[in-house]
Design a protein around this ligand. Structure first.
Ligand code: MG
Length: 244
């Protein structure tokens, strides 16, 4: 075995044993540093002419639950709200590279702390979570707060509005690339503005979002956008997407 092969084999074994050792969700939490707080300004959020309107506040026909059933989330006046246990929802269409605008609101009444406070999430290609959380004066692990790529990338700053206020994410997303053998040749990339403030700047997504353990990188193509039911009544409105 030459030196390069030996090095590769060692790396593989190390990665394999590291994955096998991680059994505890706490093992992948990062608590420091804590992003500084920035107060966002106001922004214009109207869909441009070439966008696909995924949710206009009334019509959920672009969405379905995992089993293909109609959306059972609660419809409000111009928004929809997660119903605990109803499950996440996903778009009927598949998406890859895109520009996505989405507005969300965590409950005004603060019941819990940490990850239990207004938790939901936006899963790009059903795999990569941009965290939705009430991170306004709410301590949790930094790589799990609002605007984090969950357990992968801490947001540059904390631009969260107060609980009960509407917030925006503007996302520019480039899907990962795989070769014919299923080897990832380019990671997904994501840029995110939270309430108009840059929080992820062309961030590399290392692989799938995992609650326990390390990201995975299995070959996939275009896939639905998914919104998470994490048991908290988080609301969504004005969701539009531009395919890139
Ligand atoms: Mg979440």
């Amino acid at each position: 075995m030459n030196k390069t092969k030996l090095l590769l084999a060692t790396c593989f074994l190390l990665a394999f044993s590291l994955q096998a050792q991680i059994k505890d969700p706490v093992a992948t939490e990062v608590w420091k540093p804590v992003p500084r707080v920035v107060s966002p300004g106001s922004a214009s959020n109207t869909a441009p002419s070439d966008a696909i309107m995924l949710f206009d506040g009334k019509n959920t026909s672009e969405w379905t639950h995992g089993d293909g059933s109609d959306v059972k989330w609660e419809m409000g006046d111009g928004f929809m709200t997660v119903v605990k246990g109803a499950g996440g929802i996903k778009t009927k269409r598949n998406f890859g590279d895109c520009q996505l605008h989405i507005e969300w609101r965590t409950p005004a009444k603060v019941m819990k702390e940490g990850q239990g406070r207004g938790n939901s999430g936006i899963f790009l290609q059903s795999r990569y979570e941009l965290q939705v959380l009430d991170s306004y004066e709410n301590t949790t692990y930094s790589n799990g707060q609002a605007g984090s790529i969950y357990k992968q990338s801490i947001p540059l700053v904390n631009a969260c509005r107060a609980p009960g206020e509407w917030q925006t994410y503007d996302i520019i997303y480039t899907a990962p690339r795989f070769n014919e053998d299923g080897v990832k040749v380019a990671s997904a990339r994501i840029t995110v503005l939270h309430n108009g403030v840059l929080i992820q700047n062309n961030t590399e997504i290392k692989g799938t979002t995992e609650y326990i353990g390390l990201p995975k990188n299995n070959k996939h193509g275009k896939a639905p956008l998914m919104l998470q039911d994490h048991s908290d009544p988080v609301s969504y409105r004005n969701i539009w997407i531009r395919e890139l």
